[in-house]
Design a protein around this ligand. Structure first.
Ligand SMILES: [Zn+2]
Length: 995
């Protein structure tokens, strides 16, 4: 009954419908095990039905049944393990089976076992794919038949040819497709608290290497399985240590505070920025093999959710891929359901819009990326789990729902996950040729679309106001596997088809988003010829990863009224990097001579000219800010407005160094640093005529939290490390104990913790819960340590923080955590508006400088694309009016209390990419507020200026705040005259309705 009409039999398949035997065995199994309470003693009967003459490991099988809590949670695919004299099983290696209570293995143990498996089996190989931030090795395990492994390089080469149809003829493609062996690529252990998958894949690798079962042979002969057993190798060791700690401490221990060095759950959202080693290592492996399916193993919902999602699916995923998702999911649900397993379902749960998940490296590269959520306890203990009606209701997509109450074990989790994967592998083995043919067809279609459908190219001018951001973006595109060319000569193209076809679309927005006024974006409709210069970058769409280019470069149009998204809805990279990219809808662009870049574009910088003064333009590139920090002993001034020197215009905030102010020795390294950072330094004879102030090097503290995940601070941590901005990393608890006069700027990135728990901490019942490295728990601590993760900053910390600001310090918060200084009464006159219809979920929105004299917006263009999600929308009370109050009092109030809006959300055309509705509630509201407090400032960001590694365009808002931390009062606005004309009563003060 499960022999699908879709199924294309491979030549090597042993029987017409081999899976059906499992269904029959399941019936037999269920009958045999009807009285489950005493049934485990009869496991021999099941063993004899394993479909081969091969002996089974009796002890192993007995333990599987012992640790499985309900006969419905196991089936004949995974109720036994074949025996081998030569090849060590997990039981031989560890003394316990996989999924045993209380047992989790470290990265080293898992890798050690799999390497032994490779040493002992001709069907297993291990390959190193790189290192984590903390220096742990990442490996992949390759399992297939001896014949396939001995032919592996040819298999790989063939798949690589199919990935690029330009390299082969149709007939060669046919030949390859008919012989090719698809690669099924599994990633386990990406999310560290989801502990089961690294365990399961060890048993599955053994089973696939050893078993003579017809189905397993079929898989081995027709599929190359590649498994990354632990993707987050650092986090794995931490979760094992937290469990050990918990076991030794009355079942109380820290939750996983750090996974990897920087990211936690977001390690599965790094597909655009590719910040993390694990993303780069896995993509490196993907590009090496070109697998047809990527499958990521997660744990959350019960009992096994297999991904299809509920849409809206990303429009650049080939429809073939979408159908493959459904075919595979249908197969798994059907097979496992027919084997009597409850709670296997698909559809719902996630949507399939964001393309930043790890497996989406497959979906946007003509392959197929999918995932599981298996029910997991996180801890390897067997515990009673109760589900809500919402989780157990019978739905059209879940006609065989999970049970309301059950004892759940790690072995149950292993059984479900492994059974599902085996069913999927079997499906791919049976549909070997179709799988490979689809992969080729998708590559052809992607390539062809680039020739027949606009856009035909994206042009990225090489001469931009943010030269390093431009270079970095081009290099990122290349790292993503995209081909980038440079124009051999000047280009021109007809812009009119684009105007007609996509009115008010990405090209216009991209142009609006750039400040580059000399360029072709100034084109008027009556002159629809666009031009570009020789050397400009061209991303041609007639390349196999055309869909990927579109995902990264074009605007995201999240459908109105669609299902709620699972993650960000907009991410257009040129917007968020503040780099101009022009969508070209004229196909003749492809006829031009171009040269493909073969290596990263180098940044160009250095010292030019001669003269007493060094002038550095404020490009708002990250490297501009770093330049100041790399010369801490040099006296640097900043211009307070635009100026001209040497025939060039320099932006406000540009650095001016007077060699007369500095020792020659201090200036000696400027040239080397300028070259290294790619910063252009101009020497001029005369001091530019512009008001300027000193730029003192700020001492920066970056605050992470213990009471909630430090992940968002982790992305700032990453950005500061990567960019090279020096900082001290501290926690909210340190605010109570550390001498804050050692800092000039304190940054508290967004955190999931409420203002209340940031102060009061979490429940203090019971013993302290340390996060500390020790001989017993070597993987804890390291990034930061505490004696007790439960504590907040306390009133001492809060008071110290307030005093720090009052004495002249600058405190920066972002996103929802901007509620903290507001609710804790550090600031006055700012409130957070309750919105009723605003819907923004990880969207790109347009902001505009509201006060160009503020140093915070030095160098920022007329329009800046920023990341915004959900809130907050600030409301500012600027009311100092009252006929009863004398002017001096109003002036004092204005100057000492009233916040300065330095950046606002645009008043119209706010949405640039992704979901946005009800935007009138945020139109014109402050995006960045500078709130004076005593002698210092609290700078509140409604936007998220450092969000993952995607928002390079808004970094400068933060770096400007840091560079000019003690000069933020420059250009502070005077109290407007009209305030005096109104004579509203005091009663209006504090209503907070006036922004
Ligand atoms: Zn997960």
């Amino acid at each position: 009954m499960n022999c699908k009409h879709r199924r294309h039999k491979s030549e090597l398949s042993a029987s017409a419908c081999p899976m059906i035997s499992f269904s029959f065995r399941a019936v037999l199994f269920a009958v045999l095990f009807a009285g489950f309470g005493n049934a485990f003693g009869t496991r021999d009967a099941a063993a004899q039905n394993n479909g081969s003459d091969q002996g089974v490991d009796e002890a192993y099988g007995a333990k599987i049944l012992e640790y499985t809590t309900d006969p419905r949670f196991v089936n004949p695919m995974v109720d036994h393990l074949p025996a081998s004299n030569d090849i060590p099983s997990p039981l031989d290696e560890f003394g316990t089976i996989i999924g045993a209570p209380d047992i989790l293995h470290t990265t080293a143990e898992i890798h050690g076992y799999l390497k032994k498996l490779a040493d002992s089996s001709p069907r297993v190989m291990v390959r190193s794919i790189g290192e984590s931030e903390e220096g742990r090795e990442m490996i992949e395990v390759i399992v297939s038949s001896e014949a396939n492994l001995s032919n592996l390089e040819n298999i790989r080469t063939d798949l690589n040819k199919l990935a690029d149809p330009r390299t082969i003829s149709n007939s060669e493609a046919d030949r390859i497709v008919s012989n090719a062996v698809p690669i099924y690529y599994i990633t386990a252990g990406l999310h560290s608290p989801e502990t089961g998958s690294p365990e399961m894949v060890m048993e599955m690798a053994y089973r696939l290497a050893v078993s003579n079962d017809a189905m397993i042979q079929d898989i081995r002969n027709n599929v190359v399985l590649i498994v990354v057993p632990v993707v987050e190798v650092d986090g794995r060791d931490r979760i094992v240590d937290t469990y050990k700690y918990r076991s030794a401490n009355r079942n109380i221990g820290p939750s996983l505070r750090y996974w990897g060095a920087y990211a936690a759950h977001d390690n599965n959202r790094d597909g655009f920025g590719m910040a993390l080693n694990l993303t780069r290592n896995i993509l490196g492996s993907f590009m090496h093999w070109k697998p047809q399916v990527m499958h990521d193993l997660h744990e959350s919902v019960s009992y096994l959710y297999t991904s299809t999602g509920l849409g809206p699916y990303n429009e650049y995923v080939d429809a073939i891929t979408v159908n493959e998702w459904h075919n595979l999911a249908h197969e798994e649900v059907s097979e496992l359901t027919s084997l009597g397993m409850p709670g296997v379902w698909t559809h719902a749960f996630y949507n399939g819009w964001a393309a930043n998940y790890l497996i989406w490296m497959a979906n946007v590269r003509n392959s197929n990326g999918r995932f599981y959520e298996t029910f997991g306890n996180s801890i390897p203990e067997t515990v009673e789990r109760k589900l809500t009606t919402r989780q157990t209701s019978r739905e059209w997509y879940r006609s065989n729902p999970p049970l309301e109450k059950t004892m759940w074990s790690l072995r149950n989790n292993t059984n479900y996950m492994q059974s599902g994967v085996l069913a999927a592998l079997k499906y791919i083995a049976d549909n070997r040729e179709e799988t490979v043919a689809n992969f080729y067809l998708k590559s052809v279609r992607s390539l062809e679309k680039g020739k027949t459908e606009a856009p035909y190219a994206w042009v990225i001018p090489h001469d931009q106001s943010r030269p390093n951001a431009t270079t970095n973006l081009v290099n990122l595109l290349m790292d993503q596997g995209l081909e980038v060319h440079t124009a051999d000569s000047d280009l021109q193209w007809d812009a009119s088809p684009e105007k007609e076809e996509k009115d008010d679309d990405a090209d216009d927005s991209a142009s609006d988003n750039a400040e580059d006024s000399n360029k072709a974006d100034e084109e008027e409709p009556e002159q629809p010829i666009m031009t570009a210069s020789a050397g400009d970058y061209v991303v041609r769409m007639d390349q196999p990863y055309r869909n990927l280019a579109q995902v990264l470069l074009d605007k995201q149009e999240f459908p109105k009224g669609a299902n709620p998204p699972y993650d960000d809805t907009g991410w257009t990279l040129p917007y968020l990097h503040q780099v101009r990219a022009i969508r070209v809808a004229d196909s003749t662009i492809l006829d031009n001579q171009m040269t493909q870049l073969s290596e990263h574009v180098a940044k160009s910088g250095g010292v030019s000219g001669g003269g007493k003064y060094y002038v550095v333009n404020n490009t708002t590139d990250d490297e501009f800010a770093v330049f100041r920090f790399r010369l801490p002993d040099v006296k640097v001034k900043a211009a307070q407005s635009n100026f001209s020197a040497d025939g060039q215009t320099f932006n406000a905030g540009s650095f001016i160094i007077d060699s007369g102010d500095n020792k020659a020795r201090a200036l000696r390294s400027i040239g080397d640093i300028a070259v290294e950072l790619g910063v252009a330094v101009h020497r001029v004879e005369s001091l530019p005529e512009v008001a300027m102030h000193d730029v003192e090097v700020a001492r920066v503290g970056l605050i992470h939290t213990w009471v909630s995940t430090p992940q968002d601070a982790g992305w700032w941590h990453f950005a500061f490390d990567k960019i090279g901005i020096p900082y001290t990393y501290l926690s909210e608890q340190d605010l109570a104990t550390v001498d804050l006069s050692k800092f000039d700027v304190l940054i508290m990135p967004r955190t999931g913790a409420s203002p209340q728990s940031l102060v009061a901490g979490n429940s203090m019942v019971g013993d302290p819960v340390p996060w500390k490295k020790s001989d017993q728990y070597p993987s804890l601590g390291q990034i930061d340590e505490t004696d007790d993760v439960r504590k907040g900053m306390g009133y001492e910390g809060l008071a110290n923080l307030k005093r720090f600001v009052e004495r002249g310090g600058v405190f920066i918060t972002e996103g929802s955590t901007s509620a903290f200084p507001i609710d804790m009464a550090i600031t006055r006159r700012v409130s957070i508006k309750e919105t009723k219809s605003l819907a923004a979920r990880g969207s790109v929105v347009r902001t505009v400088p509201a006060d160009s004299l503020s140093p915070i917006v030095y160098g920022i263009a007329d329009s800046l694309a920023a990341y915004f999600s959900a809130g907050p929308v600030f409301s500012v009370n600027k009311n100092v009016k009252s006929y009863r109050n004398p002017d001096w009092y109003k002036d004092e109030q204005w100057s000492r209390e009233v916040p300065r809006t330095v950046l606002s959300f645009a008043k119209k055309n706010i949405g640039m990419s992704g979901m946005l509705s009800g935007e009138s509630e945020m139109a014109g509201a402050p995006a960045v507020l500078d709130v004076p407090v005593g002698d210092g400032h609290v700078v509140l960001f409604a936007i998220r200026p450092v969000r993952r590694w995607n928002t390079q365009g808004s970094h400068a808002l933060v770096f400007n705040t840091i560079l000019h931390w003690n000069d933020l009062r420059i250009g502070w606005p005077d109290r407007p005259d009209e305030d005096e004309e109104d004579d509203d009563d005091d009663a209006l003060m504090g209503t907070g309705l006036d922004y």
